[in-house]
Design a protein. Sequence first.
Length: 315
Amino acid sequence: MSGEKNEHKVIVFGSLNMDLSVECSEYPRRGQTVLGRGFVTTPGGKGGNQAVACARMGADTFMVGKVGADTFGQQLLVSLTNHGVSVGNVSLTNWAATGTALVVRSGDDNRIVVDPGANQRIRYEEVRSAIHGLGQDRNIFLTQLECDFDVTMDALRCANRNYLYTILNAAPAHRLPHDVYQTLDLLCVNESECELLSGIRPVDDASCAMALGRFADLGVRHTVITLGSRGSVTTERGQLVRVSAHEIQAVDTTGAGDAYLGELAAHLAFGGSIVDGMRYATAAAALCCTKVGAQDAMPTWDQVEKFAAAHRVRS
């Protein structure tokens, strides 16, 4: 995509965390200590990860967020800049430390504890100013639920009023105000998020179709449900479309979902379709899993394109 005309900016409002990650053979039981290995400190946070993933696809990407006035905060800004993300709308605070995430990896699984820190300090006025400054008709506005919830809901309403294409990655799972569904051009949820929001567990094609229909009834214009090793689903012209996952040897799955969202948002920024974006997003997620960390594991568009061509996704 980096060689194509970029028609729209991608504005990412979300969390910026420093990830402290370690691997172990098995998770410790209550009161148990186990030996780990492979400790790494890597830039992360869903917002930052998705912004980097967008920029690595060649999209003109702008980050909106907040970090602490500390070493981790400076490192996160440097990482975003090095990956091509504009950070003019990332502010500093002296009242909270930069967000951190403790990641424990075991096999192809991970468990994460997040201290949001400065992410919870951003004010709606800051996000609104960024939307008014960067927003043009049908630019992409991508957000998640790791920052202040009320600020995020107000930001989606503002982006919708200003005719941006709104994408919500409803993670971590949280019930949404009814009116917010009607502001969403694209909702992306995994299995547990889908069940919380729709009341339907997407275990097969029939239940996936029911859940997608439920979100449509709520006012969402398009929905994608990611299903881990079972791929992802959406509807196109009233028909269920499933994109299968790639079989890979996973090293670290921490940033896989963010790689998926970042590629999908970038694909839409370049004028592509949701279904084609899902196919390339699946390749991006697979490639991300082959490296340790989040932002540094995000693939480039050339890597995604070659991988997708060599491992054609069944749909």
